[in-house]
Design a protein around this ligand. Structure first.
Ligand code: NAD
Length: 543
């Protein structure tokens, strides 16, 4: 972003601005020293001449790490190593593999401070928001550690001929999963999504975003300490358009989280190879505040919904739809809370919102705000970049009077900006919420829980939270999470989140007689016998 842009927005909206959080005292350089970077960097599969790729710490803009860059040839090596390790791993009983996840759960909770520092150093987010990742990964580790056996065990199915056909549905690992993850939730989206793949008997070649590779490498080391064979999780890093397609090229299945645009490219490449893919993509999520909502709870929930990880959260809310009768009152309470959020804070708890991750995110955020204001929108809170706190900070921002011609109305900002819209009827609110090609997450606030669930059923999103922002559905790890429409294909969590990493195999054993004319029956007699049998099976309510 040019200084001109920041200044222009700042001048247009003078005011006190959000307060700064007290500093944490520790610096990124002491929390993530070069010795730690070097130890973690050794986990990257990169065999050729050292070609380094640099990352910066968003909180300060200082250099954070130099990491070896993988080449497409390295990706091939990674798949070879992973494939070799996968055979022995898949031969272990599920309970032995699940035990690794449960040990990992305990180690992660014990050593969380180490990774909170790394996540904060790489993303600039507030520590509380980094902790959300620790909690999400622990939940996934516990769930799949305990439930994998049930999901994966052989299941008896009705055979072609009762008693005579013994049919079993079995689950086999896909092999090596190509796992491509973004920077915004680097712990959850690297290891959290890989855990069900491992417990199902697969190896993983992971391409994290380079900016947040240290977090993935730390998680890999911890999982190895918990008992995962080291070669089973390969990490490759480098430019997305170069290394990403190389990963898809070799994968037996692709698990991708990122933007809708890149997701389409990944889907086409996977389709050309006839390998499956799950795609967790972008959103333009809506929160509905119904007339009977508890306005304090809704205002407090909206802060979490819109500004966690500075809005760089796929399931965060960018559209607030409020019943006209309570809109002014709600907005007043929401704006007061938003203006009071403390920004910054360094590597310690105490800040309510951190930095954006990069100049690119700051540019999009500032552009959306600036263009909307120029076209007539009003800034209710925030509205400015905050270079006084760090190079990529932006205030949590509420816009009113946004119209469909403004980019912020329909494009994903992926920053701390929310627009407020008023509605008169539930019908209108549902139609507005659904008026986007995306379909990831939504949130409904009402004192009438039954009504909340009825409205939820009409929303076209993969998850709907009633009286919560996003954590209620995301934390319900036994139930699927993912997007409809342009927000993706497939689901993480629950049965779908692990079965996607398996192939179904049906083994049917025929006993006593074939399913064909036999025992002296001619074709006609066999057909007549079968016809009688089929009628009987239906009458006896066989499924
Ligand atoms: P992105 O699509 O630019 O990058 C995601 C990953 O794909 C990165 O590792 C990147 O290096 C890699 N990549 C880039 N080009 C590639 C290519 N041609 N082939 C294969 N891989 C390639 O997304 P981003 O900006 O890093 O992440 C933000 C986006 O992710 C937002 O749209 C957000 O909504 C979405 N997201 C979705 C979820 C979800 O669960 N639905 C979760 C987090 C983020």
């Amino acid at each position: 972003m040019s200084d001109l842009t920041a200044d222009a927005v700042a001048t247009e909206h003078p005011g006190a601005g959000n307060p700064a959080a007290p500093g944490g005292g520790r610096t990124v350089a002491t929390a993530v020293p070069p010795s730690l970077v070097a130890k973690l960097a050794a986990g990257v599969t990169a065999t050729g001449e050292p070609d380094l790729v640099e990352t910066v710490a968003p909180l300060t803009g200082e250099r954070l790490a130099s990491l070896p860059r993988s080449t497409p040839a390295d990706v091939e090596v990674a798949f070879q190593l992973a494939r070799r390790a996968q055979t022995a791993w898949a031969a272990l009983p599920v309970r032995r593999r699940a035990a690794v996840l449960l040990r990992f759960h305990d180690l992660l909770l014990k050593r969380q401070d180490e990774v909170l520092d790394i996540v904060q150093a790489e993303t600039g987010k507030a520590r509380l928001h980094a902790f959300e990742e620790v909690a999400a990964v622990a939940m996934a580790a516990r769930h799949y550690g305990r439930a994998a056996h049930g999901y994966l065990r052989d299941k008896r199915r009705g055979g072609a001929l009762p008693v005579l056909t013994h049919a079993v549905e079995a689950r086999r690992p896909k092999g090596v999963i190509g796992h491509i993850s973004p920077w915004n939730y680097p712990l959850e989206l690297s290891v959290g999504d890989a855990l069900p793949a491992f417990v199902a008997g697969n190896a993983v070649v992971n391409k994290p975003d380079t900016q947040t590779a240290l977090t993935a490498l730390w998680a890999r080391d911890l999982l190895v300490e918990a008992g995962l064979p080291a070669d089973l999780w390969q990490v490759v890093i480098g430019d997305g358009p170069v290394i990403g397609p190389a990963v898809v090229e070799h994968a037996d299945y692709v698990s991708f989280t990122g933007s809708t645009r890149t997701g389409r490219d990944v889907a086409q490449r996977a389709a050309a190879r006839l390998v499956g893919a799950s795609l967790e993509l972008g959103g333009k999520n809506a929160m509905l505040v119904l007339a009977d909502a508890d306005l304090d709870a809704a205002a407090e929930g909206a802060v979490r919904a819109c500004f966690s990880s500075a809005g760089q959260l796929c399931i965060s809310i960018e559209r607030l739809l409020v019943h006209r009768s309570v809109a002014d009152e709600f907005l007043e309470r929401f704006a007061a809370r938003t203006r009071a959020l403390r920004l910054g804070g360094g590597l310690a708890y105490g800040a309510d919102m951190g930095s954006l991750v990069s100049v690119r995110q700051l540019e999009t955020t500032s552009r959306h705000v600036e263009e909307a204001v120029k076209a007539g929108a009003t800034v209710v809170a925030g509205g400015r970049a905050r270079p006084d706190l760090g190079p990529f900070f932006h205030e949590p921002t509420i816009l009113d009077g946004v119209t469909p011609d403004m980019a912020v109305c329909s494009e994903e900002t992926f920053g701390p900006v929310v627009s407020v819209y008023r509605f008169d009827t539930e019908e209108e609110a549902v139609a507005a919420a659904n008026s986007t090609p995306y379909g990831l997450n939504s949130s409904v606030w009402t004192r009438d829980l039954r009504r909340g669930r009825t409205v939820a059923a009409r929303l076209r999103t993969g998850t709907v939270n009633v009286n919560e922002a996003y954590a209620a559905t995301y934390g319900s790890v036994g139930a699927p999470m993912g997007g409809m429409g342009d927000s993706g294909l497939g689901r993480r969590h629950g049965a779908e989140g692990i079965l996607r990493f398996t192939e179904a195999q049906t083994i049917a054993t025929q006993r006593l007689m074939p399913i064909a004319p036999s025992f002296g029956l001619d074709d006609k007699q066999f057909a007549a016998l079968m016809t009688g049998g089929l009628r009987a099976l239906k009458a006896l309510r066989f499924k």
